[in-house]
Design a protein around this ligand. Structure first.
Ligand code: ADP
Length: 300
């Protein structure tokens, strides 16, 4: 069975914009799937249709075998959504936001309370349960959105750019939690602008462009054709770089290029330089692999 099966899905907005021009997409049960695309590609429209917020023009949508047209309530039961924008009541307490959501799904308070406790503890929000949500940090608000989306125990979790604006440290914590959820059997669909996120988390991915699926494959296949990640670093000195291996190359007295092998992070490379007495004062990626991936997808 597929968690999601879209056949010839089309959406034309009343403005005349053809947002989706016949999408065919399958996401297997248990998958961790990335839907990738530039702004305006059709990601939000697709998610909107799946979650009942946008009315499709034609085509079929099936979620765990339930048909969107005939069984909308059952489809909605299967899905938890984490939109990009925070959309909870900022004056409400954390715990009330989660419990209320359970109420929308007909879950009695006696069941919702222990469930909310478990989820909020896992997401490190239990200490904040009696705090108004406006008092939370950005990372906490993001986690509250996830907690709220999980209280009815959906089999499919959809996240629209879950780590946008989340700092690197918190991002790792969120990745771990999402991975744990996926291991426990929850199918996850996410959109993101970070290729690193896709490589760390996702098994399969599709590239959507101009309302069409251009590519759908394993993440390994999609990223194998991409060039290695390349950075240009401005440094205090280039003396001593000879000992650091072929991946670090001198451009001039104060400039290096750093090529990362698969699995290596730029943070490690900077630390390596630091140990050799070389301070990095500026760093910029020379090639953007996500853009490369889009270009590959569009040109195939
Ligand atoms: P993405 O999420 O990938 O940025 P969207 O699904 O939001 O893409 O948009 C796809 C296309 O549909 C874009 O051309 C966008 O301008 C258009 N669109 C999105 N929402 C609406 C709307 N409510 N009314 C009219 N056009 C829309």
């Amino acid at each position: 069975m597929h968690a999601i099966e879209l056949k010839n899905l089309r959406k034309t907005y009343s403005s005349g914009t053809e947002a989706l021009k016949g999408i065919d997409l399958r996401v297997a049960e248990g998958d961790f799937f990335a839907l990738l695309g530039v702004n305006g590609a059709g990601k939000s429209t697709t998610i909107g249709i799946l979650t009942g917020l946008v009315t499709k023009t034609s085509g079929t949508v099936s979620v765990f075998g339930y048909d969107l047209d005939a069984q909308l309530d059952l489809v909605k039961q299967q899905i938890g959504v984490v939109p990009q924008e925070f959309n909870f009541n900022i004056f409400e307490k954390v715990i009330d936001i989660v419990i209320q959501q359970a109420g929308f799904y007909g879950i009695p308070r006696s069941v919702a309370l222990p469930r909310a406790e478990e989820i909020l503890k896992k997401l490190q929000l239990w200490e904040k349960r009696d705090v108004q949500s406006k008092e939370l940090s950005g990372g906490m608000k993001r986690r509250l959105m996830i907690a709220r989306a999980l209280v009815h125990q959906p089999r499919l979790l959809i996240l629209d750019e879950p780590t946008a604006g989340v700092d690197v440290e918190l991002r790792r914590g969120m990745w771990e939690y999402l991975q744990e959820l996926n291991s426990s059997g929850v199918t996850i669909l996410l959109t993101t602008h970070y290729l690193e996120e896709v490589e760390q988390l996702c098994k399969n991915a599709a590239v959507i462009h101009g309302g069409k699926i251009m590519l759908s494959d394993t993440v390994r296949n999609l990223t194998s054709s991409l060039e290695k990640e390349l950075y240009t670093a401005t440094v205090s000195t280039t003396v001593g770089i000879e000992t650091l291996g072929a991946s670090i190359v001198r451009v001039d007295e104060h400039t290096l290029t750093i090529t990362l092998a698969k699995g290596e992070s730029i943070t490690d490379a900077v630390a390596q330089l630091q140990r050799a007495g070389i301070t990095v004062t500026a760093l910029r990626p020379t090639s953007n692999r996500m853009e490369q991936l889009f270009l590959n997808a569009i040109s195939t």
